[in-house]
Design a protein around this ligand. Structure first.
Ligand SMILES: NC(=O)c1ccc[n+]([C@@H]2O[C@H](COP(=O)([O-])OP(=O)(O)OC[C@H]3O[C@@H](n4cnc5c(N)ncnc54)[C@H](O)[C@@H]3O)[C@@H](O)[C@H]2O)c1
Length: 433
C-alpha cells in the first residue's frame, strides 16, 4: 500500500464512517462528508430514516446543514464493508449504581470489528476513562476481527468538545485533541481532523492522555459548580444572596466565574463517575470529585425543600398547594431532557403531596412521560409557587406581573433557580440559589 489513509480518503479511494449519529456523531459525519466520502451508521433505523430525509433527530441541525454532503446513512452492516476509517461516537452512560455502562461502546466496537480489515483505522470519540480504549475496546476489536492491533489496524482517540445548543463553539472553531497508537497514526488522525476543524488539532502524546484530558474538562466544571452550589447553601443560611456575592467577588481578576444551579445532562453529571470508577480500580477513592457529585446531585431536592419551607411560612397547607415548575430540559434552549435534574424538584415536591405542573417550550411531553413518567402540562393558574428552573431565552423576558397573574391572589413564592430575575421581582416572596 503506497498512500497513507489520509491521502487515500482525500483521493476518494478510502471511506470514513461515523458509528453513532447523535449530538456528536451527526455534525462530524456531515462536516467530513463535505470533504470526503462518508457512511453515517446508526443502529436506530428510525433515526437513520429521518437523517435520510435531512432531519436531525437531535434537533440541533437544520435541513440545509445536510446539503452538499457525500454521505450514505445506513443501519446495515454491509454498508461498512468498504470503509477504512471508523469514528465511534456512541453514548457512554452510567448505570443505576453510577458505574460506567460500556454496552453501547463495546457493541459499536463489535460492529466495527466485524468489518475491520488490514490497514484500517478506528478512532473513538465517546467520553471514557483513561485506559478504556486500550483495555476495553481494543480487545473486542482484536477478538472479533481476528486481526492484530498495531500490526494490522491502528486505533486512536479524539474527544468531542461540542456544547449542545451552543452555536458559537462549534466543531470547526474549537481546537480538537487527538492521539494515535503510534507516531504515524497520530499524524494521520490529526491530519484527518484538520480537514474539518479550522481551529486546529492538538496532538496529545498518547491515547490515555487524550482520554484523561476530556474527562478532566468536565470533572473540573462539575467540581467548580459544586463548590458554588455549596456556597449558595451556606449563604442561604446566612441570609446573603449568592449572586450578589459572586458579582462582588467576580471583580477580582482571578476569581473563576461559575454560578449555582442544577447539573444534569449526559456529560458534566456523568463523566466524573467514569473517572472516579477508574480511580477506585487503581486503589484511590476520589474525595473531592465524589463530594462534588454528591452536592450537585442533591440540588434538585434542596430547591424543592426550600420551596416547601417558603410555602409553609406563608401559612399555607402544603398538601393543598400547587406549584408551577418552568423548564424541564437539562439546560437552557435545548430539547434534551436526558438526566435532567428538574425531575428531582418535581419528585421531591410530589413526596410532600404538592400538586406540580411542569412546562417547557422545548421539551417533548411524550419523551418526559416515557423517561420520567411525568408529562408536561399547560400553564394553569392559582399557583402557590412558581419555580423557574431553567434559564430558557424565552423566560428571560417575563416580568413580575406575568408571574403574579398565574399565582393565587397575585401573591406567592417565586423561586428563581438561576437568579435571572434578581432585582426584577419585588412584590412576591423571592428566593434564589
Ligand atoms: N452531546 C454532547 O454535547 C457531547 C459532548 C462531548 C462529548 N460527548 C460524548 O460523545 C458520546 C456520544 O454522545 P451523544 O450525545 O452524541 O449521544 P447520543 O445519545 O446523542 O447519540 C448516540 C447515537 O448512537 C447510536 N448508537 C447507540 N449504540 C450504538 C451502536 N452500538 N452502534 C451504532 N450506533 C449506536 C444511537 O442510536 C444514537 O443515535 C458520549 O460518549 C458523550 O459523552 C457528548
Amino acid at each position: 500500500m503506497s498512500d497513507l489513509i489520509y491521502d487515500r480518503m482525500l483521493k476518494g479511494d478510502a471511506k470514513l464512517a461515523v458509528i453513532g449519529l447523535g449530538y456528536v456523531g451527526l455534525p462530524i459525519a456531515l462536516d467530513f462528508a463535505r470533504k470526503i466520502k462518508v457512511v453515517g451508521f446508526d443502529i436506530n433505523q428510525e433515526r437513520v430514516d429521518l437523517m435520510k430525509n435531512k432531519i436531525d433527530p437531535s434537533n440541533e441541525l437544520e435541513s440545509k446543514d445536510f446539503d452538499g454532503c457525500d454521505i450514505l446513512f445506513s443501519a446495515d452492516l454491509n454498508d461498512l464493508k468498504d470503509v477504512q476509517f471508523f469514528i465511534v461516537a456512541v453514548p457512554t452512560p452510567i448505570d443505576s449504581a453510577n458505574l460506567p455502562d460500556l454496552t453501547p461502546l463495546l457493541g459499536a466496537s463489535k460492529t466495527v470489528a466485524k468489518v475491520l480489515k488490514k490497514g484500517d483505522y478506528v478512532v473513538y470519540e465517546s467520553t471514557v476513562y483513561p485506559g478504556c480504549t486500550e483495555e476495553d475496546c481494543i480487545p473486542v476489536l482484536e477478538s472479533v476481527s481476528g486481526l492484530k492491533f498495531n500490526d494490522d489496524f491502528k486505533v486512536g482517540y479524539s474527544p468531542e468538545r461540542i456544547n449542545p445548543g451552543d452555536k458559537v463553539h462549534t466543531l470547526q472553531n474549537v481546537v480538537k485533541v487527538s492521539a494515535g497508537c503510534c507516531e504515524e497514526s497520530s499524524e494521520e488522525i490529526a491530519k484527518t481532523y484538520e480537514l474539518v476543524v479550522k481551529a486546529g488539532v492538538h496532538r496529545a502524546p498518547s491515547i490515555k492522555v487524550a482520554e484523561a484530558a476530556k474527562i478532566i474538562e468536565n470533572t473540573q466544571r462539575d467540581v467548580n459548580i459544586a463548590l458554588i452550589n455549596e456556597l449558595s447553601i451556606i449563604f442561604n443560611k446566612l441570609n446573603i444572596n449568592t449572586f450578589d456575592v459572586l458579582e462582588a467577588a467576580g471583580t477580582k481578576w482571578n476569581f473563576l466565574k461559575f454560578s449555582p444551579g442544577l447539573v444534569g445532562g449526559h456529560c458534566i453529571g456523568v463523566d466524573p463517575y467514569y473517572l472516579t470508577h477508574k480511580a477506585q480500580q487503581a486503589g484511590y477513592h476520589a474525595k473531592i470529585i465524589t463530594s462534588g457529585r454528591y452536592v450537585n446531585d442533591s440540588m434538585g431536592f434542596y430547591i424543592a425543600k426550600q420551596t416547601v419551607k417558603k410555602i409553609l411560612s406563608q401559612g399555607k397547607n402544603i398538601q393543598d398547594s400547587k406549584v408551577l415548575v418552568m423548564g424541564a430540559t437539562f439546560k437552557e434552549d435545548v430539547s434534551d431532557i436526558r438526566n435532567s435534574k428538574v425531575i428531582d424538584i418535581v419528585n421531591e415536591l410530589n413526596s410532600f403531596q404538592v400538586k406540580v405542573d411542569l412546562v417547557d417550550p422545548h421539551a417533548s411531553s411524550d419523551e418526559m412521560q416515557r423517561e420520567y413518567g411525568v408529562p408536561l402540562s399547560p400553564i394553569g393558574s392559582d399557583y402557590d409557587a412558581v419555580i423557574v428552573a431553567v434559564n430558557h431565552a424565552s423566560y428571560l423576558e417575563l416580568e413580575e406581573s406575568y408571574f403574579q397573574s398565574i399565582l393565587k391572589d397575585k401573591q406567592g413564592v417565586f423561586v428563581d433557580v438561576k437568579g435571572i430575575y434578581k432585582g426584577k421581582v419585588n412584590e412576591l416572596e423571592y428566593w434564589s440559589l
